[in-house]
Ligand binder design. Structure first.
Ligand SMILES: Nc1ncnc2c1ncn2[C@@H]1O[C@H](COP(=O)(O)OP(=O)(O)O)[C@@H](O)[C@H]1O
Ligand SMILES: [Mg+2]
Length: 271
């Protein structure tokens, strides 16, 4: 693969997304341009309803753009596929399968043609260990905590060895401590796997802590990419040390300034 290819791994070019509604066409996204390098961690941040999930779904191939195109690893994105695995906020696990079997299902889908059952089980066990779930892997989803269920969702996505990991507010429903633990684990896993990731969040601290670049979206309708902040904090990143870092606070301020001063609160505007 050429250097050019690695620097232009995920391309979003002239993307517009219009939805048909009862009141007529609704332009959710307009003129979206973004180039993501291989191995980069990108977060999409913006006010609720601006179009973050719409953009992530386009990258996932779950929906097709009204205009423009999306390209991943040199190929136009034409539908969903295991090369772009998604982790949603509400871990969509099958309740009658154990945590292990929920992950195994994804592994089987991707590798069953080329690997034996034993190899598939080993793959599954490896990724369960990676997310710290070996001890609970034979429990059913209702027997484990919310944080553990979310870990299973992450394990399932990682086990497919996606080219790009997509996450839509994956920690949104978790308490602050569980959330912090999972953010740290995600950073460790991403460093180990050198994966590319695009994650939707509305949490400023989460965006600064995890990102190489924070893509800040304007309010909808016809949301665009407003500004992009490159976060040049060294890795591995330690949340405790960063809390006292001037540089960290500056990034934080930059994002807050964009969201609340330049964009304002859309809920308050509507009131
Ligand atoms: N399938 C759809 N049909 C009509 N409107 C939609 C559809 N999906 C999303 N929207 C609208 O597009 C905008 C962006 O939605 P979404 O991407 O879910 O926002 P976010 O994830 O940033 O909160 C919202 O105004 C939402 O109501
Ligand atoms: Mg959303």
């Amino acid at each position: 693969m050429s250097t050019l290819h690695l620097d232009r791994y995920l391309l979003i070019q002239g993307v517009q997304q219009t939805f048909k509604t009862k009141k007529g066409p609704f332009v959710a996204l307009k003129d979206i341009e973004l180039t993501v390098k291989k191995g980069e961690f990108i977060t999409l941040i913006g006010h609720s309803g601006c179009g973050k999930s719409t953009l992530l779904n386009l990258i996932a191939g779950l929906t097709m753009p009204t205009e423009g195109r999306l390209i991943c690893a040199g190929r136009e994105i034409a539908g969903p596929g295991p090369s772009r695995a998604v982790v949603f906020q509400n871990h969509s696990l099958l309740p009658w399968l154990t945590c292990f079997d929920n992950v195994y299902l994804g592994v089987e889908r991707v590798f069953a043609e080329s690997e034996s059952k034993k190899q598939l089980q080993e793959r599954t066990a490896e990724v369960m260990a990676l997310v710290g779930l070996s001890h609970a892997q034979h429990k059913l989803p209702h027997e484990v905590s919310g944080g553990m269920k979310q870990r299973v969702g992450i394990a399932r996505a990682l086990a497919m060895e996606p080219q790009v990991l997509l996450l839509d507010e994956p920690f949104g429903a978790l308490d602050a401590l569980t959330r912090a633990n999972l953010q740290d684990e995600l950073m460790r896993i991403m460093a180990a796997k050198q994966s590319t990731a695009v994650m939707v969040t509305h949490d400023v601290d989460e965006a600064v802590l995890l990102s190489d670049r924070i893509v800040m979206m304007t309010n909808g309708p016809a949301a665009k990419i407003g500004e992009i902040v490159s976060v040049a904090l060294d890795r591995p990143r330690d949340r405790v040390a960063l809390a006292n870092s001037v540089q960290y606070q500056e990034y934080r301020t930059e994002v807050i300034d964009f969201l609340y001063r330049k964009q304002g609160n859309p809920a308050l505007k509507a009131a």
